[in-house]
Design a protein around this ligand. Structure first.
Ligand SMILES: [Zn+2]
Length: 665
């Protein structure tokens, strides 16, 4: 008597789900995880006995009743052991593992647990190693079965005599109930009470104890048989036979093998003597590892990469690298926060390109690039998102070319391009006031729609209006500016739309780019020689400053106070340990770097209440009066100084003009 072994049929969704869980929740844990699979009667001899598994196999909590049948058939309980390395996979003692689960089955048979929950009789082991970088899964299924050397057909010489069509054995009224049952079996294992001349009926296994006298004698044990073969029963019968022996110590047993239809169903006549032996687990042996596709005892491999769309592969691979950071190095990293934060990059030049690439690397997926220029022949060597072809025919609009490039690098990015000239103080607006008003409105809306704004433009005055709007709408603003051989990366203090709740909070508000100035921004492109106008900086500055700007945003997003976070204390700055405020480290206000000495310093400065950009005098005026005030400011920077109260200050004191040289791109 041979039992047809189970053939495991895990679909791709199972592996995808395993990959996801490994990355996001199991991480380095290799503890066993419960799974469910399903089996059913087989439609054809070519399909055979199958246990199917898919993503829903992980939802074990949905399996309340072991008799509960789903669309996939009856549940099979299993455990997943997913090792961290291929070596661990190889080293696991397969025989030991099979014995361990086999003994659990045996114990459940002996204790009677299997009566209440017959799924305990059919179990599997899934041993796997997930190579997430290559989308390869190495796996091996085992279906532990108790070996009973005494089991045999009652007529060993003839399969036909031992496995007969059910219909040939019983009268119509006897198999009537089975005919109904076969179309929608309620239990995987059951009792069928068939008395001569009477209508038979089906009962669950747990009713065995309730049966008396003639009913007990006339009871057939039955099971939903996954095997379609004429002369063999399915694998599930192995443990079931042992179970039957614990209930009825009968050497000869006739069993109902319920198959796809009543005509295909069988009566199986078996002999077995193994009753006493199972009292000793140590003497019991188990079999059940599934042979691989070559018919050898060994694992199988599935390579999902061939089935995955390249874009999904890129996304999965990038996410993998980020998620691996959360395994050990940075469990607190909130990748979802980064992926959903909407970034607006004002300026798509050297700094804009560097920042955009840094954002992609961290897994930011929403990036809007803004610029008013076109790609020129000098750009590609310094601006990492452009190539020679972008410069031809007058050059592509920079924002557009940058977005195309971002999408070529990573198609999963949600990138948008905006061509827009930021209106600036000192850049006079004459005939085109209507157009400028429209531009102001666009910029204001863009800032409202984004969460984090990067100021990466190449003049001082172009930073003014975005600074005002970010303060007005309390947006995160990261500012980067370059000198010839130095850089400044800073975050602006929080906005003014929410009045400070405490005195300390208002004192702690950090300054903006303009807070140290006592002159209003003016047209810096006038009266400048060529070397003062263009980007004349050491080429390494922009990548360094751009990278720092992105790192600063990541730290800020992970700080629970956000842009209200105060400056770190001198102690925190000196400490090499990770800050208590954020696991990523401290969150400085300003970083000033000097290539001449290859050094950088952390600087902090409070908000200045006569600031020409972020003070309440300016914000309130712009908010209340809107474009007419802005128009006057664009045309007359002196007006901005008087609005801020700087003219009083200048008259009062004899301060020299003090203009920091962080104005060049
Ligand atoms: Zn300010």
């Amino acid at each position: 008597l041979k039992f047809q072994g189970f053939h495991s049929v895990p679909d791709a969704s199972l592996w995808e789900e395993l990959g996801k869980r490994k990355l996001e929740s199991y991480k380095l844990s290799d503890s066993s995880v419960e799974l469910i699979g399903w089996y059913n009667t087989s439609r054809s001899v070519h399909i055979g006995s199958r246990v199917t598994l898919r993503a829903a196999s992980f939802d074990v909590e949905n399996l309340k009743d072991g008799n509960e049948k789903s669309g996939d058939g009856f549940p099979v309980r299993g455990i997943l052991i997913n090792t961290n390395t291929i070596d661990e996979f190889k080293k696991i003692d397969k025989k030991d593992l099979l014995n361990k689960v086999g003994n659990e089955i045996l114990d459940d048979i002996k204790s009677g647990s299997a009566t209440e929950d017959p799924t305990l009789l059919v179990r599997f082991i899934l041993l796997s190693f997930a190579d997430l970088k290559k989308h390869k899964y190495i796996y091996w299924f085992g279906f532990p079965a108790i070996v009973d050397p005494t089991v045999s057909f009652q007529t060993p010489a003839s399969k036909e005599q031992s496995m007969k069509p059910l219909l040939s054995m019983f009268a119509i009224e006897q198999h009537k109930c089975l005919e109904d049952f076969v179309t929608n079996p309620k239990y995987p294992f059951f009792l069928c009470i068939m008395k001569t001349g009477e209508e038979s009926h089906i009962r669950p296994l747990k009713d065995w104890e309730k049966l008396t006298g003639i009913d007990k004698e006339c009871a057939y044990f039955g099971f939903v048989d996954p095997c379609p073969l004429e002369g063999n029963p399915g694998w599930v019968l192995r443990n079931f036979l042992i179970y039957i022996r614990t209930l009825r110590k009968k050497e000869r047993e006739s069993l109902v093998c319920l198959r796809q239809s009543i005509t295909e169903s069988k009566i199986l006549l078996v002999n077995s003597a193994m009753v006493e032996n199972i009292s000793d687990n140590a003497k019991t042996t188990f079999v059940g590892w599934e042979p691989n596709a070559n018919g050898k005892m060994g694992p199988r491999v599935i390579d999902l990469s061939a089935h995955l769309d390249p874009i999904r592969l890129a996304e999965a691979a990038c996410n993998l690298n980020l998620k691996l950071m959360t395994w050990r190095a940075l469990p607190e990293l909130n990748l979802n926060l980064l992926a959903t934060t909407k970034c607006l990059l004002l300026g798509s030049g050297t700094l804009g390109c560097a920042v955009a690439r840094g954002l992609l690397g961290w897994g930011f997926r929403n990036i809007t690039m803004l610029d008013n220029g076109k790609v020129s022949y000098s750009n590609p060597v310094r601006q990492s998102l452009f190539a020679f072809d972008d410069c031809k025919n007058g050059g592509k609009p920079k924002a557009e070319a940058a977005v195309e490039s971002l999408k070529a690098i990573f198609p999963g990015v949600n990138a948008k391009a905006i061509s827009l000239t930021i209106p600036m103080p000192g850049h006079f607006v004459t005939s085109d006031a209507e157009h400028v008003e429209h531009t102001v409105k666009m910029l204001e809306e863009l800032i409202q729609q984004h969460d984090a704004i990067f100021l990466l433009t190449d003049t001082r005055e172009s930073r003014w209006l975005p600074t005002v709007f970010c303060a007005m709408y309390d947006k995160i603003l990261i500012n980067a500016a370059l000198g010839f051989d130095g850089y400044l990366v800073m975050r602006h203090g929080h906005g003014l739309n929410v009045s400070p709740t405490t005195e300390t909070e208002s004192q702690q508000r950090l300054g903006c780019y303009f807070c140290n100035d006592i002159v209003a921004p003016r047209n810096s492109t006038q009266d400048r020689t060529l070397d003062q106008q263009c980007t004349v900086t050491r080429p390494g500055l922009a990548p360094v400053a751009g990278a720092l700007a992105v790192e600063m945003l990541v730290n800020l997003l992970h700080n629970e106070l956000g842009n209200r976070a105060p400056c770190p204390s001198t102690n925190d700055c000196a400490s090499t340990e990770k800050s208590k405020v954020s696991k990523l480290g401290i969150l400085p206000h300003q970083i000033r770097g000097f290539f001449s000495t290859f050094s950088s310093v952390l600087v902090q400065g409070p908000a200045f209440n006569q600031c020409t950009a972020c003070s309440s005098r300016i914000i309130d005026k712009v908010r209340d009066e809107g474009f007419p005030t802005l128009l006057r400011i664009f045309n007359d920077p002196d007006y901005l100084e008087s609005l801020a109260g700087l003219d009083e200050l200048k008259t009062d004191t004899d301060l020299c003009d003090f203009d920091e040289d962080w104005t060049e791109d």
